[in-house]
Design a protein around this ligand. Sequence first.
Ligand code: SAM
Length: 288
Amino acid sequence: MKELNDSLPSATALFSAAARAAHVLVDNPPHLIRDTDAIAVCELFEPSPLAFQLAFPSAPVLAAARASAVIRSWFAQSIIAQTGLDQLVVLGAGLDTSIAAPSGQTWVVDTAAVLAWRAELFGLAAIHDTAHQVPVDLASGDLSAALTDAGLDITRPAVVVALGLSMYLTGAQFQALLKRLAVLAPGSVLVFDALAPEADADEAGRAYAAAVTAQAGGREPWRWRPNGEALSQALAHAGWNADIRAEAEVVSSDFRRANPQLPVMRLVQLIHARTGVAGTLNADESAG
Ligand SMILES: C[S@@+](CC[C@H](N)C(=O)[O-])C[C@H]1O[C@@H](n2cnc3c(N)ncnc32)[C@H](O)[C@@H]1O
């Protein structure tokens, strides 16, 4: 048994896994994702991080964490399926077991400490992980060189997923990361989420942000919360054509009706971007 304590390599990665794991256990169908590997990872810990979700599924911070975690995974997975690309790169992968390419190869990028922890936990939970591990500090490291060294073919398009990452970098660091990624072959796709600033969030979003900051903000502080305009500019400047959607917009009304415990908050923005393609994405090319 692993201890749930303050020295985890990334508490936020574990709590994201718990939020995804809980979805099929406490929410109503239609479920957006089914992450049974995340359940196995949570069960390695004592107490299990899943226990909080199971005991208090309607507690606002837990329900909001669950909604955001499963909506962003589903959004990314829908786009991966649409692209048909066979090279998948997951940035800030943490303990994510919900993002997978239907075929081809996957590269998971995170800090060396988190990737080692991921390998250890996945081994203990008997999760078969064939992804290439690419330890890089995404705030400053040479991502394209590291990916090329790990076997990514940058002459062919790739789909890059970065969920729960942008807020942990500064705006300048994320902008530099967008530029490094723009060297990917034309037709490459990027999916990520970003948190709106306090002024653009609604009351539920602000309450959730305050609760997460109180819980994990000491060790993993949020550094960047761009508004839609800043996000658009950062993407356009780095050569990405992007469609930015509010989290609340992308899921079906059937899902909302079945799950009134999952709050509709204004905080999370979901981004689907492409490089090397003229024009902007239209709504039909986005998930949802
Ligand atoms: C909230 S967790 C999200 C994990 C995963 N994407 C998910 O959705 O479950 C944030 C992840 O970003 C990683 N991360 C944050 N800053 C990073 C950096 N500078 N370089 C590499 N990884 C970083 C953390 O180690 C952690 O795994």
